[in-house]
Design a binder for this molecule. Structure first.
Ligand code: SF4
Length: 372
């Protein structure tokens, strides 16, 4: 695979098209609303921002249209068509709602987007519906989500499933993995909770539980489905360790999750290859543009770097001092001396929200660097 020049251009540009959303998920970074805000970028401003992205040069980063719910914007097709006409790949991250995300709409989307991501936070309706509350319509979000997977599969639209792991759903993770694997999804992206926005209502895993889950994800990845983590870059440290035959005995949670995994899926193939990865982190390979145009290193790291209304995103990505320190892996504490800092570097968002310093060590990582 061509090595992506992460110093010069992100792989992924997240654009929060609007905060408006029919769901009011308990862990959303946004405070969801039923109407777009007057501060949202207007159509012409969005078009200009999209044109600025071509300054990164080909191949262009993937533009991930997220929210809120991007389908709440009246001009979303216009935005997608403009990006597509410029050759920018598009991924769409809609909320599940029968009013907005239905088969007719997916047919419309099919030729516009490269992929779609849908969230699944529970293997049982009770869990998923508790986490992903609806505000617009009374629907069984869990059932509608499974129907959305089926529609996407039938229409041949590439999709990935996103899961946010927390105390509330951690025991369901092997069952969620089974649903994901059987759904026809191309990848499973597992988010580790950062306590911002509504995420404050929910309890994240403690560090050893986090380690147990990340180690479990390594075992799950041996069943052939690509698995990525968000805000747990130390999954890559685990991949390196386990590929080098460093055994993990694990705590009770790890034993429980891997026991369930074997029960549900049988043994993984002994020839299974460890997952590959790209060493991105908040602000390095990733950049986030909020609905009002503010630029952040990621959606979970509220350090403003500029605004697409007045700043060129290419210049901000390449030159902003905050991003330079992040990409040069100049961290404090154990992340700063860790032998895995270049491929991992810890969650800068968690360091910032928990410690108040975006260069501090990631408090969720239990690893003790040998070079300390
Ligand atoms: S100490 Fe920091 S850099 Fe090292 S594995 Fe943990 S989070 Fe990653």
């Amino acid at each position: 695979m061509h090595k992506w020049p992460l110093e010069d251009k992100p792989l992924l540009v997240f654009y929060e098209t609007t905060k408006a959303c029919p769901l009011a998920c308990r862990h959303c970074r946004a405070n969801a609303l039923l109407k777009p805000l007057p501060t949202d970028l207007g159509t012409r401003e969005v078009m200009k921002f999209i044109e600025d992205l071509t300054g990164f040069g080909r191949p262009y980063p993937v533009l991930i249209l997220t929210g809120g719910d991007p389908l709440m914007r009246n001009d979303i097709f216009e935005i997608m068509d403009h990006a597509k006409s410029l050759g920018i790949p598009i991924a769409l991250s809609p909320a599940v709602s029968t009013k907005l995300l239905n088969e007719d709409l997916l047919r419309e989307l099919r030729n516009r987007v490269n992929s779609v991501s849908i969230s699944l936070d529970g293997a049982r309706p009770e869990t998923h519906n508790y986490i992903r509350r609806t505000a617009l319509e009374q629907i069984d979000v869990f059932k509608t989500t499974l129907e959305a997977f089926e529609m996407l599969r039938k229409l041949g639209v590439e999709f990935q499933i996103n899961t946010t792991v927390m105390k509330l759903n951690v025991h369901e993770i092997p069952h969620i993995f089974k649903i994901v694997r059987e759904s026809g999804a191309n990848a499973w992206e597992v988010f580790f909770l950062i306590r911002v926005g509504r995420g404050m209502e929910l309890e994240p895993l403690d560090p050893w539980e986090t380690e147990d889950v990340v180690q479990f994800l390594y075992d799950a990845s041996l069943y052939g489905l690509p698995i990525r983590t968000v805000e747990a870059p130390f999954f890559r440290r685990v991949i390196m360790q386990r590929s080098a035959s460093v055994k993990y005995e694990g705590g009770r949670l790890y034993q429980e999750l891997t026991g369930q995994l074997r029960e549900l899926m049988g043994e993984s193939s002994s020839n299974a290859k460890p997952p590959s990865f790209t060493p991105t982190r908040d602000g390095y390979g990733i950049i986030f543009v909020a609905s009002d145009g503010s630029i952040y290193p990621s959606g979970f790291l509220p350090l403003t770097l500029g605004n697409v209304r007045r700043d060129n995103i290419v210049k901000v990505y390449r030159e902003h001092p905050v991003l330079r320190t992040i990409r040069e892996a100049r961290f404090n504490g154990k992340c700063g001396v860790c032998e895995y800092r270049n491929i991992c570097g810890g969650s800068r968002a968690r360091a910032y929200t928990e410690v108040g310093d975006h260069l501090a060590s990631d408090p969720a990582c239990v690893y003790e660097p040998t070079a300390k």
